[in-house]
Design a protein around this ligand. Structure first.
Ligand code: DCP
Ligand code: MG
Ligand code: MN
Length: 340
């Protein structure tokens, strides 16, 4: 097998290269350009080296690798990790991960990725990190989005949307769901569900509605703005963004608007009212009883083999939330009792 040509893609020292690259990124992003440069030089040398280097002496022979760096590479070879790198992921870094994790839409994985890249402050992210549009919006409103919205302000937000929607299309069914419908005193955002009893007047509403609310200065930034065709199949017409009530003393607030056909209204209402944990257990109960419950519909007579549906079952009409509880043989629970 020693006659086989060396595969140029798989470098025998890839593990060390990866760790050194993490280290180089860390130093570069914490403005230690000199150290970053040293690591980068060792990396390019290792990339050109097509045999595995294992001993301290072999590594010292490589151009551009000094004694200290050679020791580190040996450490990686022997332990598969680097203490220096691991050290970075303690104490202070946990605090930074908390800070980053509080940005709207940022989970622990992304927060850790940023810490690993050497970012330590929100300003580091603003000035050095490569951000998606939504990450930029999350940062822009960092502290405002952390403020809960008093219940009566959610009512005011709902009223602004209601007025605009009514002026476009009469007779719409407009309801704020989420924590507001569950009766909370303060809410994280405003979750508005829109439908129409005639089964068709909900169509072609989202775009004119959003246009109107933007023109009046109420909607100030977009997060998710889509019809069902360009996102995951089966997604609702929805607008997730940022709004602000007129007047001096109002903060920028998160707003979610979903528009659904009336046949899906009860399933959407149940879903959008939550809580998330409650939804999860409702869906699980449906699964256990050969049903399928989603934000769109309820199927009965579903046959599953493991996780796969062998038979899709039959769509049943769900005119009210109560009807969904009945199918699941559950006593009705009012929104205020759906926290878990
Ligand atoms: N939802 C869900 N699964 C998700 C996200 C949301 O089932 N991954 C549902 C349940 C939520 C509802 O949508 O209750 C609204 O989502 P929010 O994130 O707005 O949550 P809440 O309104 O319940 O709480 P908050 O006051 O933080 O907005
Ligand atoms: Mg909410
Ligand atoms: Mn929401």
């Amino acid at each position: 097998s020693s006659a086989l040509p060396v595969d140029p893609v798989i470098n025998p020292n890839q593990a060390a290269i990866d760790k050194l690259q993490e280290m180089a990124n860390l130093y570069r992003n914490s403005n230690d350009k000199w150290r970053a440069f040293g690591y980068q030089k060792a990396i390019s040398t290792l990339k050109k080296c097509h045999r595995p280097v294992t001993t301290y002496e072999e590594i010292r022979m490589l151009p551009g690798v000094g004694p200290r760096l050679a020791e580190k590479i040996v450490e990686i070879m022997e332990t598969g990790s680097m203490i220096k790198l691991e050290e970075y992921q303690t104490d202070a870094d946990i605090a930074v991960m908390d800070l980053f994790g509080k940005i709207w839409g940022i989970g622990p994985a992304q927060a850790k990725r940023w810490v690993d890249l050497g970012y330590r402050t929100l300003d580091d992210l603003r000035t050095k990190a490569k951000l998606t549009h939504n990450q930029m919006i999350g940062l822009k409103y960092y502290s405002e989005f952390l403020e809960r919205i008093p219940r009566d302000e959610v009512t005011q937000i709902e009223n602004v949307v209601r007025e605009a929607a009514d002026s476009i299309r009469p007779g719409l069914l407009i309801q704020t769901c989420g924590s507001y419908r569950r009766g909370k005193v303060t809410c994280g955002d405003c979750d508005i569900l829109i439908s129409h009893r005639d089964g068709s007047s909900h169509e072609h509403l989202l775009f004119p509605l959003v246009d109107k609310l933007k023109a009046s200065g109420f909607l100030i930034d977009d997060l998710v703005y889509t019809d069902k065709h360009d996102e995951e199949p089966g997604a609702h017409f929805r607008y997730f963004g940022v709004c602000k009530l007129p007047g001096e003393n109002h903060l920028s607030r998160r707003i979610d608007i979903i528009i659904v056909p009336y046949a899906e209204h009860a399933c959407a209402l149940l879903y959008f009212t939550g809580s998330m944990l409650f939804n999860r257990s409702m869906r699980q109960l449906a699964d256990e009883n050969n049903m399928y419950l989603s934000q769109h519909r309820l199927h009965i007579g579903v046959i599953r083999m493991g996780k796969n549906k062998v038979n899709e079952g039959r769509l049943v009409p769900t005119p009210t939330e109560e009807s969904i509880f009945q199918y699941l043989k559950l006593p009705y629970r009012p929104p205020a009792e759906r926290d878990y």
